[in-house]
Ligand binder design. Structure first.
Ligand SMILES: Nc1ncnc2c1ncn2[C@@H]1O[C@H](COP(=O)(O)OP(=O)(O)OP(=O)(O)O)[C@@H](O)[C@H]1O
Ligand SMILES: [Mg+2]
Length: 219
């Protein structure tokens, strides 16, 4: 069972939520995406409420949870539009590569056009961007895009307005602390666990604290 069953006609509120990380936590559940979503995407244009289906489902059948996260692969349109129409906030990872940094403006254009076209009210706000898989020791591109030195510190000797964090600031969008490239993510991923549950006390365990705090502040 996946999110496809939620979007299909005749849904009556039985969300296929699976509890995960049961041995460590009892309050995290997921609804799977995956292949089945491709089929129901075709139904979106013929559905009278098209892009609002997910929002409608959550209005009709609220999920009793403090935070709902819609994880949308960028390539699976129009799932991003469905998710935006059901969201209060948007958080985007971004790779510190030239092409991805330039793509930032494309994302902002997509976001503004979509909220206007769908007449979303209240408008979902951009919580921020988070640079991912940053390797400041070995990648000069990562250092240039982020305006940092080989120790990961912000460079004071360059014009920061041209860097990714500088561009985000000029757009009034928050740039969260970057997440470093670390083999521990791959190891935790292989175990099917988030990093702090895979092993506590690792330096990367705090990578997402600023985001978690920003989410908590919205409650
Ligand atoms: N900071 C990191 N350091 C090392 N590996 C990472 C890091 N972040 C993610 N990865 C690894 O990269 C792979 C892809 O990560 P993830 O699934 O988060 O990417 P994605 O962009 O959401 O992919 P998809 O488009 O499939 O949804 C995973 O194996 C993950 O463990
Ligand atoms: Mg993903």
């Amino acid at each position: 069972m996946s999110i496809a069953s939620v979007l299909k006609k005749g849904f009556k509120g039985n969300y296929p939520i699976q509890q995960i990380w049961n041995s460590k936590l009892n309050n995290v559940g997921v609804i799977q995406g995956g292949e089945a979503v491709r089929d129901c995407i075709r139904e979106v244009p013929i559905h009278a409420r098209g892009h609002y289906i997910l929002n409608d489902r959550l209005m009709d059948y609220p999920i009793d949870s403090d935070v709902l996260i819609f994880d949308t692969p960028a390539s699976l349109e129009p799932m991003g539009v469905l998710a935006l129409a059901a969201s209060t906030h948007v958080l985007s990872p971004i790779k510190p590569e030239i092409k991805d940094a330039q793509g930032l403006f494309g994302f902002v254009r997509w976001y503004e056009t979509t909220i206007e076209e769908l007449r979303l009210s209240p408008v979902p706000s951009i919580l921020g961007f988070v640079p991912m898989r940053v390797d400041y020791q070995d990648s000069g591109i990562h250092r240039d895009v982020l305006g940092i030195d080989k120790k990961g510190n912000v460079r004071k000797d360059i014009d920061q307005t041209e860097t990714l964090p500088g561009l985000l600031e000029s757009l009034n969008i928050r740039c969260f602390p970057f997440v470093k490239e670390s083999k521990n993510y791959l190891r935790a991923c292989a175990e099917g666990l988030p990093l702090p549950l895979y092993r506590s006390g690792l330096p990367s365990s705090d990578d997402f604290s600023a985001i978690a705090n920003a989410v908590l502040e919205q409650q």
